[in-house]
Design a protein around this ligand. Structure first.
Ligand code: ZN
Ligand code: ZN
Length: 547
């Protein structure tokens, strides 16, 4: 005879199976960290200078992919963040650059712009005209939301709108970014009609001014910055109103001429206020305290502004990484106290690398140079005129791509495909141009290696140009001070890739992985679908007690 107790036990077991909590085998909180413009080698260039609890903790206790690269061009912020979280490349997610030219409307389009949205959290009109509508595919956060019937919560935080909005995805609970005019953290009507009360109150404390009232001095004795060039050198761009790029920087004095509170972007404190907001958001939204995995996408943007400003070998850049390391240590400590490392899954990577300042390498006799877009435009227009007699066929040269008014070429009785190829061949005559291709080739051929493949994975016909250019190594289109990124070379494509917490075993691999492998790895760890346009594959991370 079946005992009454046994029946109760069976029904309890049955009820618990129907309960609304997810399997305990999932992390409670997933933290994605993107460090803008962080090259792989920055992990080791400053290794001895980092503390034990920041980058070194992630490397020493987590799992590292030492050869993860971007597999498309151009390597910019908008496409970078999108590719990390969608598990695919611009070819499929459609974010081909930060800005692109739209032939149909004859207008430039910004990657996270949305003309139907308005700012929430300040009176600054343009800053909140943003949403992820231009991104064609789902992110890992979108898949997590759908897989849990919207019970997982997903947020984005970054100084840059695109670095917050695109990672968080279409179904995000909210994305927040920085309004440099007011110093407020803001959002857009895509997510909400007013900021949550906690954030309105938080903004009243003027989070950026706390740092802008002080000086930016080096964290350690300035003479200890042995990995960097001297404090004043020829490869750094100056702040307006300053005659040399030297410490200390009196920030309140520099503010009026350097974008007001926007100045904080180009200092390490832009990362600090991002970390502070992330922690406040986690506490206020109680992320990781529910029954379903929550996710926060954090992007540290100041590393990019500082890199563009001072280049790869400046004390300012080193100091920014040392201070980011200290912020990372604080964040990891906070997260461990909040949910415990066993419930926490962290990954850290970058949206692209950056070129060692070309003028510096050229002084060291390395070949390189500076591309002048007006010369390229002038030459291209002359070749076009010769071919079809028309003056205004070249609509735009941007992102190393030429956009052509092909309708006018057809009207003139000429063949636009022939013109594409003619330009692609002629451009090779110019110094610094290494390789060219055309929209026709991108559409009709299938490339499996080299620059051609990178171009193809970055190409989406409705938004990309008709003639594509790749420069020679150590060539950039930029000022001679500071640096930039965007190329197909490893200084731009190779980034850190660290996994930490939850069931992640310690270790590292030199196997080759690509940026679109990160999101499917998360899908694999969480047992949820890949993002809908995913083209990557899970990274084989060794796991503890994982079924
Ligand atoms: Zn970037
Ligand atoms: Zn940048």
């Amino acid at each position: 005879m079946i005992s009454r107790t046994f029946l109760i036990l069976i029904s309890l077991l049955f009820l618990s199976k129907m309960g609304i909590s997810q399997s305990s085998a999932k992390p409670k909180l997933i933290i994605g960290i993107v460090v803008d413009q962080m090259r792989f080698d920055y992990l080791y260039k400053y290794w001895d200078r980092y503390c034990d609890d920041g980058f070194r903790k992630l490397v020493n206790e987590g799992y590292q992919c030492k050869n993860l690269q971007y597999n498309y061009v151009p390597t910019y912020t908008g496409p970078g963040h999108t590719s990390i979280y969608t598990g695919t490349t611009p070819e499929r997610h459609g974010i081909v650059s930060n800005d692109w030219f739209e032939i149909k409307s004859q207008e430039s389009v910004y990657c996270s712009e949305d003309k139907t949205a308005y700012t929430v959290g300040s009176e600054t009109a343009g800053v909140g005209r943003m949403s992820p509508i231009n991104m064609l595919s789902t992110t890992i956060g979108d898949e997590l939301r759908v897989a849990t019937n919207l019970r997982s919560r997903v947020f984005g935080v970054a100084l840059k709108d695109r670095a917050s909005i695109l990672p968080a995805g279409h179904i995000a609970n909210a994305a927040y970014w920085f309004d440099s005019k007011t110093g407020n953290w803001v959002s857009s009507s895509y997510y909400m009609n007013k900021l949550p009360d906690w954030l309105t109150k938080y903004n009243q404390s003027q989070p950026a001014m706390k740092y802008l009232k002080g000086n930016w001095e080096t964290l350690y004795d300035i003479n200890s910055y042995a990995s960097s060039k001297p404090d004043s050198n020829a490869y750094e761009r100056l702040f307006k109103g300053k005659t040399s790029a030297t410490f200390p920087y009196n920030l309140s004095e520099l503010m009026p001429l350097n974008d007001g509170q926007g100045l904080i972007r180009s200092t390490p404190f832009g990362n600090t206020i991002t970390r502070e907001l992330a922690e406040e958001l986690i506490k206020q939204e109680r992320l990781g305290k529910g029954n379903f995995s929550d996710m926060l996408c954090i992007s540290f943007s100041s590393t990019d502004y500082v890199g563009h400003h001072f280049g790869t070998d400046a004390i300012e850049t080193e100091d920014t990484y040392l201070r980011l390391d200290a912020d990372l240590a604080k964040l990891l400590k906070f997260l461990n106290e909040w949910v415990g490392d066993e419930n926490l899954l962290v990954f850290l990577t970058a949206d692209h690398g950056g070129a060692t300042v070309p003028s510096y390498l050229m002084d060291l006799k390395v070949p390189g140079g500076y591309m002048n877009y007006s010369i390229v435009t002038e030459k291209a227009e002359a070749w076009i005129k010769e071919y079809c007699g028309l003056d205004s066929v070249l609509l735009k040269l941007t992102n190393d791509q030429i956009y052509l008014d092909e309708k006018s070429v057809i009207k003139a009785g000429k063949n636009p495909k022939e013109l594409q190829q003619l330009l692609a061949d002629s451009l090779l005559l110019l110094d610094g141009i290494h390789y060219t291709s055309t929209a026709t080739k991108m559409t009709n051929e299938e490339y499996t290696r080299g620059t051609k493949m990178l171009m193809q994975k970055g190409f989406y016909a409705k938004r990309s140009g008709q003639v594509l250019i790749s420069m020679e190594p150590n060539w950039i289109e930029y000022a001679k001070t500071g640096t930039t990124h965007g190329s197909a070379y490893s200084y731009d494509t190779r980034v850190p890739m660290l996994w930490y917490g939850w069931k992640i075993n310690h270790g590292s691999t030199a196997d080759s992985y690509f940026i679109d492998d990160i999101a499917p790895t998360l899908s694999w760890l969480l047992n949820i679908p890949f993002p809908n346009a995913c083209s990557g594959n899970p990274i084989r991370i060794p796991l503890k007690n994982y079924e």
